[in-house]
Ligand binder design. Structure first.
Ligand code: DP6
Length: 359
């Protein structure tokens, strides 16, 4: 059913040429996606805050051609190293968007966050690209806004699982879960049943290690396949989705903190106990977490941390604590950050269409 619903007509009168630019944000998962089945189907449902300041801007220029060709420019420079991933993406989406086989594409992309910041750009990057591609289709086919964003999320997922969640703000759920109406493994859905306090959340990303990711997501997800604890982990994530739903509605920050930290630490515990095993924490990751927990205790500020599959620490807190948080970071945490760098972000509303023209 999904095949048919998401497949554009082969003879759609798509434009001859044009260009479209989308800006699409990164996101930070609260309940983590870690483990997948082919092709890009999650082992458990996940939920994230959509970010605001960390985003990718992608301009897709296209001109009809006999067969597909792709050029990629990052920050104005041609970059062939991304071509393999992008070609895999096009291969995965071509049965849903047959028109991508008949264009010469130029992709110009830039991120607001530094390349070597250790922040994954796949979520913002693939969601921006998927939105650009689908805009070509929208020019020729009647697509409601709801259908447009749903298919954009579906296509983004085929680039990178977490990218499917970047399509919606302030929060998105990806993966089928009985408590979330209309949730699906194929695409994300927007999530709004959230107490106002969570809509103000700040995410200050403390950059501990700005190097390349030590473990690619692909390898990390694969390691969950014969992980001795995977069945329990997937069950825990399902339970957490259930609990978090109530917490998000009620605004109970203490319960929120406990659940979100347990998720982050479990993600790393899974990596530490897989075969082969990985330790993605750096000494300063632990130093930062320790300091944050002490500060939370001494000043009674509801700080919480979460982590990606890397050493950087995301410090989460309601907007009303922004000033004490920034003072604390400057006074006590930047000594643990690489080159004293951190990024201030917050919950955002999702992607933005910047420019489009067709001929
Ligand atoms: C730890 O979405 O990067 O950030 O689907 O292979 O591209 P692929 O993986 P990716 O995995 C994200 C893992 C995570 C948790 C999360 O964002 O849910």
């Amino acid at each position: 059913m999904i095949q048919k619903e998401y497949t554009a007509e082969a003879r759609l009168a798509v434009p001859e040429l044009g260009a479209v630019t989308w800006q699409s944000p990164s996101n930070i998962a609260l309940v983590k996606y870690w483990g997948k089945k082919p092709v890009q189907l999650p082992a458990n449902a996940s939920i994230s805050f959509t970010l605001k300041n960390c985003y990718t801007s992608t301009k897709l220029s296209f001109r009809k051609a006999d067969e597909r060709s792709v050029k990629v420019f990052v920050d104005g420079k041609e970059q062939s190293s991304f071509l393999k991933k992008i070609e895999t993406f096009f291969k995965r989406i071509e049965s849903y968007c047959p028109y991508v086989n008949h264009y010469a594409f130029e992709i110009e992309t830039e991120n607001t966050f530094p390349h070597s910041s250790g922040i994954a750009s796949s979520a913002s990057g693939f969601s921006a690209l998927a939105l650009c591609v689908l805009s070509i289709e929208r020019k020729a086919a009647r697509l409601s806004d709801a259908d447009f964003y749903r298919k954009a999320s579906f296509l983004s997922r085929l680039g990178s699982g977490s990218a499917s969640r970047s399509i919606y703000g302030p929060m998105a759920v990806w993966g089928r879960h009985s408590n979330y109406t209309e949730s699906s493994n194929d695409f994300s859905i927007p999530y709004h049943d959230v107490h106002d306090i969570f809509k103000t959340y700040q995410d200050t990303i403390l950059l501990v290690d700005k190097g390349e990711k030590k473990v690619s997501s692909t390898l990390g997800h694969d390691l969950m396949n014969d992980h001795p604890f995977s069945a329990n982990r997937f069950q825990q994530a399902r339970n957490h989705m259930f609990e978090l739903q109530k917490i998000l509605k009620s605004g109970n920050i203490l319960d929120f903190n406990r659940l979100v930290e347990k998720e982050a630490l479990t993600l790393h515990a899974m990596m530490m106990t897989s075969n082969p095993y990985f330790m993605l924490f750096k000494p300063n990751t632990l130093n930062i977490i320790q300091k944050i927990w002490e500060k939370r205790e001494s000043d009674n500020i509801p700080f919480t941390i979460t982590l990606d599959a890397g050493a950087n620490v995301h410090l989460l807190y309601p907007a009303e604590y922004k000033q004490p948080a920034l003072d604390f970071i400057k006074d006590e945490l930047i000594v643990y950050c690489e080159n004293e760098q951190y990024i201030c972000d917050e919950v955002g509303n999702g992607p933005l269409l910047k420019t489009q023209h067709y001929a």
